[in-house]
Write a protein of this length. Structure first.
Length: 92
């Protein structure tokens, strides 16, 4: 897969920001079909860093209520990437 299609966007939550500053781990929203080796190569190619470890998690889609009924959102995949201690990613 093309690296631009594998990585959808970085996750900027309070917990992810703390992890990126303290433990050099960054969270990304990725394509559901992407494997760990594809995620690793995409991060290395897009950001020019060395990836040491990739952890993935599939989040269930939740049920939301709208005025026209209930709608279930699709499941998403989250990847937490641990970088080499000498490398950093500047998102801002």
């Amino acid at each position: 897969m093309n690296p631009v299609h594998v990585i959808k966007r970085p996750l900027l939550t309070e917990k992810a920001t703390f992890d990126s500053n303290e433990t050099n781990r960054h969270a990304f929203l990725v394509d559901r079909r992407a494997r760990k080796d594809e995620i690793k190569s995409a991060i290395e190619e897009l950001y020019g860093v060395r990836v040491m470890k990739v952890s993935t998690q599939v989040r269930k889609g939740r049920l939301r209520r709208f005025k026209y009924g209930y709608v279930k959102s699709s499941p998403t995949k989250k990847a937490i990437v641990k970088l080499h201690p000498e490398d950093t990613i500047e998102l801002f």
